[in-house]
Write a protein that binds this ligand. Structure first.
Ligand SMILES: [Zn+2]
Length: 371
């Protein structure tokens, strides 16, 4: 399948999507982005289901057919970029690279989903099985609200394809991903004047610092576990002994045992200064997605199909998690990283390679047709 003549239409839809900014926390903005997705799916004759949400944008499902053995395409329509980012970081193409907030993660992936189905319908090659698209709206904040919907839909399908970007320039798929967790540690001390009553105070920042050093050491590169205290707050002024301090951390892991080890440690922290009070909150967000037998079989099948069409794909992985992790955890075949290939996602330099826009749409259409 040659998709090069589809490039202008793909770029036009992408520009509209990128210029409709959709930060996760802004429901109104995300719903505007949702309206574009609904319009595109309706044009292709899909049945639309809207799953309303009060805080985040409404989740959307588009269906072509119902029944067994279907393929689920997953994409999120929110981005990490606040409203107004577009003014400093406009949508543009230069030297084969396409820039703009959310171009890579993952509005180009959404366009690929639509392009693949458009092409199959036009060529009269839609497969004889249900095709479903699921668009969620809180992925960049952990998909806590859309997880159930993703799981419910995944269970109804034989395969899930996730159109997150590919972070490597070689153009690999994500056949493994780390799991993620997060935690907060709060320390309550006692405030006092730093000059007049230093002894009476209990410095919460000092206590927290002891704890942070210990927690950071839970990192175990060999096992693929990393801990990152990424934010801390505490104190008001240098002449007050701080009564309160807190730190927030991120956990990445390749197996659930490691999460248990880290969680147990964090939940049983003992204060260095006896009178200090420590409270913790720790949660697993996305379970790890290992390169196990099921994943190997799924990838090999995809590779066979892609090879027959002359498309090269490779197996790869990522230290970051996505909604594919939820699907893999249910032992349902899933492939991720089917979006465009690029660099700098979540930054002002985010871009994707224009060539990959076309080749990935061809790959998606081929997988849908021949799976
Ligand atoms: Zn993403």
């Amino acid at each position: 399948m040659d998709f090069s003549e589809r490039k202008p239409a793909m770029m036009q839809l992408l520009q509209e999507m990128v210029e409709t900014e959709s930060p996760t926390y802004d429901k109104e903005a995300v719903d505007e982005m949702g309206a574009i997705v609904i319009r595109e799916a309706k044009k292709l004759g899909a049945e639309i289901e809207i799953h309303p949400h009060k805080e985040f944008g409404d989740n959307i499902i588009a269906r072509w057919g119902e029944g067994e053995n279907g393929i689920l395409l997953i994409g999120h329509i929110d981005t990490v970029f606040p409203l107004g980012t577009l003014e400093m970081q406009p949508f543009y193409e230069k030297y084969g690279k396409v820039f703009g907030p959310g171009t890579l993660d993952m509005k180009s992936g959404l366009v690929i989903m639509f392009t693949a189905v458009t092409a199959l319908i036009e060529r009269n090659e839609m497969p004889n099985r249900p095709i479903t698209m699921l668009f969620n709206t809180d992925e960049e904040m952990g998909s806590y609200e859309s997880r159930k919907l993703i799981e419910k839909e995944a269970k109804k399908h034989a395969l899930a394809l996730v159109f997150e970007p590919c972070e490597y320039l070689e153009g690999t798929l994500h056949t493994w991903r780390k799991g993620t967790g997060k935690f907060t540690i709060r320390v309550q001390g006692k405030s006092a004047h730093s000059g007049g009553a230093h002894k009476k105070g209990l410095n919460a920042i000092e206590e927290l610092s002891h704890q942070i050093v210990k927690i950071q050491q839970l990192t175990d590169y060999e096992k693929g576990t990393t801990i990152n205290i990424g934010a801390m707050h505490g104190g008001r002024a240098i002449n007050i002994v701080p009564a309160y301090a807190e730190a927030e951390g991120d956990i990445r892991l390749t197996n659930l045992k490691e999460y248990v080890r880290v969680q147990n440690y964090i939940c049983s922290l003992k204060s260095v200064k006896k009178e200090a009070f420590i409270s913790v909150w720790c949660i697993l967000n996305r379970p790890p997605m290992p390169f196990n037998e099921l994943m190997e079989n799924t990838f090999n099948k995809a590779k066979k199909i892609a090879d027959a069409e002359g498309i090269e794909i490779h197996a790869g992985g990522s230290g970051s998690a996505s909604d594919a992790n939820f699907v893999a955890y249910l032992n349902i075949p899933v492939l991720d990283g089917l979006g465009t290939v690029g660099e700098g996602f979540h930054t002002e330099d985010e871009y994707f390679l224009l060539d990959s826009f076309i080749s990935r749409a061809e790959l998606a259409a081929t997988l849908l047709r021949d799976w």
